[in-house]
Design a protein around this ligand. Structure first.
Ligand SMILES: Cc1cc2nc3c(=O)[nH]c(=O)nc-3n(C[C@H](O)[C@H](O)[C@H](O)COP(=O)(O)OP(=O)(O)OC[C@H]3O[C@@H](n4cnc5c(N)ncnc54)[C@H](O)[C@@H]3O)c2cc1C
Length: 256
């Protein structure tokens, strides 16, 4: 099936991009490997998304997804494995299908950094979680440990202090306490860009190189949201990128 634009990722950036593409009269497909909403999905009480104070990530994602449905935007749930440039445009391959399109918007976001090999070995068979809000309740009255030193680690500790019998705090290179029953990891995030490393330029940390115009090094490929080189990674900047990348893709198709 041929589309004008394929958007990879249904986080806030990808869903916003799809809305702008569709409203410009172009055909668009969104491919999402996990769940629409992306990394904000487990957050409760967002206070800086304009117009909906205290909304949860799940509700926000649900509202935007509903908007996609009203506009007739197709969303398929599969992971994009490769994107190839062809004479016509692009071939986008997922684990079970293949699609073609004139332009691609990469809105693949970031995922939590994993434990080091040493700490993973140290954790052994103990539970390892990347989300205290999701899994904290499973360790009520039990000792747990939070790994990490940034704001997310502090947030996870504060949350777990109301649930666990003890919350240890260690840095990314320290041994895991013997009696901790679960390990909560908060050591930063890394972009989901390995599968496009031969298609577009990445910086040394794996972010897709692009300025505010969201144009990548590969003609016809645009980028939106947290996976782009930028200063501020937030919901509003992800949505802003979505609109800019969509307009750039529409402009590219018009000139082609
Ligand atoms: C715990 C937490 C709390 C936060 N709180 C706030 C807050 O209060 N306010 C705020 O403004 N921001 C907050 N943020 C930041 C905000 O969530 C992000 O800036 C924003 O969600 C980024 O959106 P995105 O669409 O760029 O990426 P993501 O949300 O990461 O979405 C990317 C999507 O792409 C999909 N994907 C990845 N690779 C592929 C592939 N190969 N094929 C198909 N799909 C793929 C992923 O599954 C994901 O759904 C928070 C982040 C976290 C982790």
């Amino acid at each position: 099936m041929k589309y004008d634009v394929i958007v990879v990722g249904a986080g806030i950036a990808g869903m916003t991009a799809a809305i702008y593409v569709k409203r410009a009269g172009k055909s668009v497909l969104v491919l999402e490997s996990v769940i629409h909403g992306g990394q904000i999905i487990n957050t409760i009480g967002i206070e800086n998304w304009p117009g909906d104070y205290g909304v949860s990530g799940a509700d926000l994602a649900g509202k935007i997804y509903e908007q996609l449905g009203k506009l007739g935007i197709e969303v398929e749930y599969s992971e994009v494995e490769t994107i190839e440039k062809t004479s016509e445009g692009f071939t986008v391959k997922t684990d079970d299908d293949e699609y073609s399109c004139g332009a691609v918007i990469l809105a693949v976001g970031t995922e939590p950094r994993r434990l080091s090999e040493k700490q993973a070995a140290d954790a052994g068979k103990r539970a390892v979680s990347y989300c205290a809000t999701c899994d904290g309740a499973l360790y009520k009255g039990k000792p747990v440990v939070v790994v990490g030193s940034g704001n997310t680690a502090k947030h996870e500790m504060k949350y777990l202090e109301n649930i666990a019998s003890k919350v240890y705090h260690i840095h990314h290179d320290e041994p895991i306490p013997k009696d901790a029953e679960a390990v909560f990891v908060a050591i930063g995030r890394t972009p989901n860009t390995k599968f496009v490393k031969d298609l577009v330029d990445l910086n040394s940390e794996g972010y897709i190189v692009a300025e505010e115009d969201c144009i990548t090094s590969c003609s016809g490929v645009f980028v939106a949201g947290d996976c782009r080189t930028k200063q501020v990674r937030q919901l509003v900047t992800a949505a802003g990128d979505g609109s800019v990348a969509a307009e750039a893709a529409i402009d590219y198709l018009a000139k082609k």
